[in-house]
Design a protein around this ligand. Structure first.
Ligand code: ZN
Ligand code: ZN
Length: 115
């Protein structure tokens, strides 16, 4: 999949703490052994902001990249389709998690058990 690496802001990080943590929390995947860029054998170390090329979807996504590829902003990258793109917009992903936590808390009424 061709994506453009955009110069995403490193501040404005959601509760996850870092964009790489955000990717791990929401992708449900384990960090790939290698940077997902085609042919790169470096370890992915940072969560980079990308936009999907040739798509009407202009939203920002997070994908793990090695630090060398993360430095090259404004370039197109051919990333492996097996690596999930996680929406960068914190409200759309991290907010959902909070809801789930709130729901679990309210439904955990204790039922007394008698022997
Ligand atoms: Zn997050
Ligand atoms: Zn790389």
């Amino acid at each position: 999949m061709i994506v453009t690496h955009i110069n995403g802001t490193s501040d404005n990080v959601c509760k996850c703490g870092s964009w790489l943590a955000h990717w791990k929390n929401h992708s449900g995947q384990t960090l790939p052994l290698y940077c997902p860029e085609d042919g790169c054998l470096q370890k992915p170390e940072v969560g980079a902001h990308v936009q999907i090329d040739n798509s009407a979807d202009r939203s920002w996504y997070i994908v793990p990249l090695c630090s060398a590829h993360n430095r090259e902003t404004g370039k197109s990258l051919d990333v492996s389709v097996s690596v999930m793109l996680v929406p960068a917009k914190a409200g759309r992903t991290c907010g959902k998690r909070e809801e789930a936590v709130a729901r679990t808390a309210s439904s955990s009424e204790r039922t007394p058990t008698r022997i």
